[in-house]
Ligand binder design. Structure first.
Ligand code: HAS
Ligand code: CU1
Length: 582
C-alpha cells in the first residue's frame, strides 16, 4: 500500500473517499449536467421502445406467434423487423447514448476540468441526428438486417450513414475526454490520474481502437455499395471487420458498468474499494486485449485459417482474466462492507448487505447474472464447444445476462441516483424501484435458462419458430424451456413498466435542490489507494499511468492479430450483389 506525501500533507487517511476538485464555475457545472441528462434520457427512451418489443421475441420462443396479430402487423412487417428494432435500440442505441453521457460527465468531474460545452452539445446533436437517420429506414422496414447488418443483406443507405454518424459522434466524445485528460496531465505533471478518470480514459481509448473495424466496414464498403457506387460487397471481409469491433464493443458496454461496481458500489454497500492499483491493471488489460479476439465469432467461417482462429481463442481466454480480477476484487469490497455491518460466517455475511436499496441491488444482481453470463462466454469461446452453441438460442441467452443484465440493470440502478444528482429531483419510490430491479433480474435469469436450454436442444437463434417450422421442433421436448422463455417475457414486461413508471415520475417531478448535496457522486473509500504523486507510487501505478503509450501498443497488437487475416481477405475479395430478404 502506498500513500503519497501529498495525501498525508492534506491529512487524509488512505481510507478516505476522494474529495472532488472544485468545479470551474456554476454555469459550467449546470451545462455539463444538462448535456449529460440529455444523453441519459435519450438512452432510456430508446430502451423503452426496444424493451417493449422484447416480449414478442420471448413469446416467439415460447411457440406463440403474435406477429400475425392485426395490431402488431400494422406496426411491424415481420418478425425480423421487430427483432432488428429490438436489437438496434437496446444493444446499440441505449448503450451508446448512456455511455457517452456517463463517461463524459464522470471524467470531467473527476479531473475538475472545464469542457467546451458547445462541442459537447454539437456531439450530442450529431449523435441524435445519426440515430434519427438510421431509425427512419428501420421503422419503414427498409433496414431489416438485424443488429449485425451482415451483407449481402442490403438496406437503405440512410441506415448505414446514420450508423456511421452515430459511431463517429461517440469517437468525438472519446476525443473530448482524452483531450481533457491530456490537458489535466500538462497542468499536473508528476501526478497520478484519479481512478475514475483513469478508467474512463482507458475505456475510451479501447473504443477508438475497437471501432476501427466497423468504421472501415461501413464507410469503405457498405455506404458506397448501398449507394450503388460499387457493384458488390465481400460478405466475409465485411463480417470480419464487423467482429473486429463486435467483440470489443461488449467491453465498451460492460466497462462503464465496471466503473460503477468498482468506484460507487462499495459506497452503496457501506464498504471500501479494495485496491486502486489492481483496478488500473484491469483496465489496462482491457485496453490491450479487448479487440484482437473477434474471430471467436467466426469459428464456422471459411477462408480464415485455423491458426488465427486458435490465436484469437487463446487471447479470448486471456481477456477473461481482468473480469475474474474484477469478480474477486469487487467481492472483497462487498465482504468488507458486510463485515463492517456485523456480517459473520463464510457466506452468512451476504445477508448483511443492503438488498433493499435499489442502487445497490441493481449492481449486485447485475454482477450475479454476469457470473453465469461470463461462464457461458468462456463456453462460447472454446472452439470445441462452439459448434454445439453457435447460432442457437443459447447465444441470445448469453447476451441477455451480459449486456441485457450486467450492463442494463447496472445502468438502471445508476439512474436512481444519477438523475437526482443531475436534476435535483428525487427518486419517487424506493419500493417500486426495488421491485423493478428484482423483477428484471428474475425475468432475465428465467429467460437465460429457457434460451440456453433450447439452444442445447438445437433450436436456432433468429428464427420465427412460432410460425413456420413448428413441426420440425415437435419431437424435441421443448415444453419446459419454451414455457420458461414465455413466462420470462411477461415478467420483464412488468419489470419494464415498473422501471419506466419510476423513471418518468422522477423526471416529471419538481426540482428540489441542485442535487450536489442531496445526491452527491457516491465516491467510495479505498483500502489500498494509488496515491497522488507518481514518484511515490507503487510500480503497478507507474506502469499503468502512461496510457498514451499503452494505447499505441493496443493498436499495434490489433494490427498484428488482424493484419494477416484482413490482408488475405482483401487480396481474395469476391464481390457479390445485395439481397433484400424481408
Ligand atoms: Fe459474449 C457472443 C464470448 C462477455 C455480449 N456476447 C456474444 C453476443 C453478445 C455478447 C451480444 O467466444 C452475441 C453476438 C451475436 O449477435 O452474434 N463473451 C464471451 C467471453 C466473455 C464475454 C469469453 N459477452 C460478454 C459481455 C457482453 C457479451 C461482457 C456484453 C456486455 N460471446 C463470446 C463468444 C460469442 C459471444 C465466443 C460468440 C458466440 C457465437 O458462437 O456466436 C468474457 O468477457 C466473460 C468474462 C466474464 C467473467 C465473469 C466475471 C464475473 C464478474 C461478476 C462477479 C460477481 C460478484 C457478485 C462479485 C469471467 C465480474 C458477488 C455477489 C455477492 C452477493 C457477494
Ligand atoms: Cu465476442
Amino acid at each position: 500500500m502506498t500513500t503519497s506525501p501529498l495525501a498525508t500533507s492534506r491529512s487524509r487517511s488512505p481510507h478516505d473517499a476522494r474529495v472532488l476538485p472544485t468545479v470551474p464555475d456554476t454555469a459550467q457545472l449546470a451545462g455539463l449536467k444538462r448535456v449529460t441528462q440529455y444523453y441519459v434520457v435519450t438512452a432510456f427512451l430508446a430502451l423503452l421502445i426496444g424493451v417493449l418489443l422484447g416480449p414478442l421475441q420471448a413469446l416467439n420462443y415460447a411457440g406463440i406467434d403474435l406477429y400475425d396479430n392485426p395490431i402488431v402487423k400494422a406496426l411491424l412487417k415481420s418478425y425480423y423487423q421487430g427483432l432488428s428494432l429490438h436489437g438496434v435500440l437496446n444493444a446499440l442505441v441505449f448503450t451508446q447514448f448512456f455511455i457517452s453521457g456517463w463517461m463524459l460527465y464522470l471524467p470531467a468531474r473527476d479531473l475538475g476540468v472545464r469542457l467546451n460545452l458547445r462541442f459537447a452539445w454539437f456531439t450530442y446533436l450529431l449523435m441524435t441526428a445519426g440515430l434519427l437517420t438510421a431509425a427512419l429506414p428501420l421503422l419503414l422496414n427498409k433496414a431489416t438486417l438485424l443488429y449485425t447488418f451482415y451483407p449481402p443483406m442490403e438496406g437503405s443507405p440512410f441506415f448505414y450513414i446514420g450508423a456511421a454518424v452515430m459511431v463517429g459522434s461517440s469517437l468525438l466524445v472519446a476525443g473530448q475526454v482524452i483531450a481533457a485528460w491530456f490537458h489535466w496531465k500538462r497542468q499536473h505533471p508528476g501526478q497520478v490520474t484519479p481512478l475514475v478518470a483513469f478508467m474512463c480514459v482507458a475505456t475510451w481509448m479501447m473504443w477508438t481502437v475497437a471501432s476501427l473495424g466497423l468504421v472501415g466496414e461501413v464507410v469503405l464498403m457498405l455506404i458506397p455499395w448501398s449507394l450503388g457506387w460499387v457493384g458488390g460487397v465481400d460478405p466475409l471481409l465485411a463480417k470480419t471487420l464487423f467482429w473486429w469491433t463486435g467483440h470489443a464493443i461488449v467491453y465498451f458496454w460492460v466497462l462503464p458498468a465496471y466503473i460503477v461496481w468498482y468506484a460507487f458500489l462499495p459506497r452503496h454497500a457501506g464498504g471500501r474499494i479494495a485496491s486502486e492499483p489492481l483496478i488500473r491493471l484491469t483496465f489496462v488489460l482491457f485496453l490491450l486485449n479487448s479487440t484482437p479476439v473477434g474471430l471467436h465469432h467466426q469459428y464456422a467461417d471459411p477462408n480464415v485459417s485455423n491458426f488465427w482462429k486458435t490465436i484469437h481463442m487463446f487471447l479470448t481466454f486471456l481477456v477473461a482474466v481482468p473480469s475474474l480480477l474484477t469478480a474477486f476484487s469487487v467481492a472483497a469490497s462487498l465482504e468488507d462492507a458486510a463485515r463492517a455491518r456485523g456480517g459473520r460466517g463464510l457466506f452468512g455475511w451476504m445477508l448483511k448487505l443492503p438488498w433493499g436499496q435499489p442502487a445497490f441491488s441493481a449492481s449486485v444482481l447485475a454482477m450475479v447474472s454476469f457470473i453465469l453470463g461470463g461462464a457461458g462466454g468462456i463456453v462460447n469461446a472454446s472452439a470445441a464447444f462452439s459448434p454445439v452453441v453457435h447460432n442457437t438460442a443459447w447465444i441470445p441467452g448469453h447476451f441477455h445476462i451480459t449486456v441485457g443484465t450486467a450492463t442494463t440493470l447496472t445502468f438502471m440502478g445508476v439512474s436512481f441516483w444519477l438523475i437526482p444528482h443531475l436534476t435535483g429531483k428525487r427518486l419517487p419510490s424506493v419500493k417500486l424501484a426495488s421491485a423493478a430491479v428484482w423483477s428484471w433480474f428474475t425475468g432475465m435469469m428465467v429467460f437465460a435458462l429457457g434460451m440456453h436450454w433450447q439452444g442445447l436442444l438445437g433450436v436456432p437463434r433468429r428464427t420465427q419458430i412460432s410460425a413456420a417450422a413448428q413441426d420440425v421442433y415437435r419431437d424435441m421436448n421443448l415444453k419446459i424451456p419454451e414455457m420458461l422463455t414465455g413466462i420470462s417475457g411477461m415478467i420483464l414486461l412488468v419489470s419494464a413498466a415498473l422501471f419506466f413508471y419510476v423513471l418518468f415520475r422522477m423526471l416529471l417531478s419538481p426540482r428540489q435542490d441542485d442535487g450536489e448535496l442531496s445526491s452527491p457522486l457516491p465516491y467510495s473509500e479505498v483500502i489500498s489507494p494509488a496515491g497522488e504523486t507518481l514518484s511515490a507510487a507503487a510500480p503497478l501505478v507507474r506502469a499503468t499511468e502512461p496510457l498514451l503509450a499503452l494505447w499505441v501498443l493496443a493498436l499495434v497488437l490489433v494490427l498484428m492479430m488482424y493484419g494477416p487475416v484482413v490482408g488475405k481477405l482483401i487480396s481474395q475479395a469476391q464481390l457479390v450483389p445485395g439481397w433484400r430478404l424481408y
